[in-house]
Design a binder for this molecule. Structure first.
Ligand code: C2E
Ligand code: MG
Ligand code: MG
Ligand code: MG
Length: 280
């Protein structure tokens, strides 16, 4: 079935040329069979407590192990799934995978360890996703204390009232909520105190220019201080150099992730790092 779908046809979508209905139909078919065949899987990027260098969390990032094209990055297929209305199905699949991971490794995972996953706007307010967590809560609620959902400002903007209610019910179950890509969306500041976030992930745009742009340093300092005053934990994304790591540490940014410490890795490799109690 996958053979029907050339890479160009599906993943490099050009609205001007292609027949929308046909291409949507093909995406649906290929996506549904990929879900059925378990072609989607997670890689894990360690999240490090900057003061100690210890791994306190990991972000699960979805990949499509395509039978012919090999590993496909999420930015390639997620926009297509959003367009075709299937994104919530992938979110549910990823959530289930995350719960399975936590269940399987629960004896190894230290108390504060969290697995973060990304949830799209479509998924976040879907009753089917809430069902997954409600069922888990009835069955084995402690599993949920190891889970953190990352959402973006886009999700909030698309549906302010429902998002607020969803955040509240998830947090009551012990699930944490992180605001992802902070600083790249809209009206960031007003949402910070209207909503309850456990952590705030500072977009890597603010980290990557740290070395040479003084303005970015001022913005970064402001974000960290603001989060501190609101009692929200900061996580810096996209740390690529020792200098960036050290600067964030001196600024008392709580956690960070990035290629400097580790790229996203397979499950076995993450487990090895956790078993060894490695410190970066
Ligand atoms: P994100 O949630 O902001 O995830 C961080 C992205 O930055 C990941 O890309 C990660 O590999 C990359 N990254 C981490 N450290 C560095 C660094 O030091 N330098 C640079 N240049 N990049 C770094 P990835 O895995 O390609 O994911 C891209 C985006 O796709 C994610 O951004 C997220 O928005 C979305 N995504 C990934 N997995 C899922 C998923 O399971 N569900 C949903 N709804 N979205 C997902
Ligand atoms: Mg994320
Ligand atoms: Mg991010
Ligand atoms: Mg991003």
């Amino acid at each position: 079935q996958a053979k029907l779908l050339g890479r160009d046809q599906v993943f490099y979508y050009e609205p001007a040329e292609s027949d929308t209905s046909t291409s949507t139909y093909k995406i649906e078919r290929e996506f549904l069979s990929a879900i059925e065949n378990h072609e989607f899987y997670l890689e894990f990027q360690p999240i490090i407590q900057l003061s100690s260098g210890a791994i306190t969390a990991a972000e699960g990032l979805v990949r499509w192990g395509h039978p012919e094209q090999g590993k496909i990055a999420p930015n390639t297929f997620i926009p297509e799934l959003i367009k075709s209305g299937y994104m919530h199905k992938l979110d549910i699949y990823v959530a289930q995978k995350a719960l399975d991971f936590i269940f399987m490794w629960r004896n190894l995972l230290a108390k504060p360890f969290r697995l973060n996953i990304n949830i799209s706007g479509a998924g976040f307010n879907s009753p089917n996703l809430m069902d997954v967590f409600n069922k888990q809560f009835e069955k084995d609620p402690l599993i949920l204390q190891h889970l953190c959902l990352e959402i973006t400002e886009q999700t909030i903007v698309s549906n302010v009232n429902d998002t607020k209610l969803t955040i509240d019910s998830l947090r009551k179950m012990g699930i944490q909520i992180a605001l992802d890509d902070f600083g790249t969306g809209y009206s960031s500041l007003s949402y910070l105190h209207q909503f309850t976030f456990d952590s705030l992930k500072i977009d890597r745009a603010f980290i990557s220019d740290l070395d040479d742009e003084k303005d970015n340093r001022i913005i970064l300092d402001t974000i960290i201080n603001l989060a501190r005053s609101l009692d929200i934990k900061t996580v810096a994304e996209g740390i690529e150099t020792l200098e960036q790591y050290q600067y964030l540490k001196t600024m008392d940014c709580a956690c960070g992730q990035g290629f400097y410490m580790s790229r996203p890795i397979g499950m076995e490799n993450l487990i090895t790092l956790l078993e060894e109690g490695i410190q970066f």
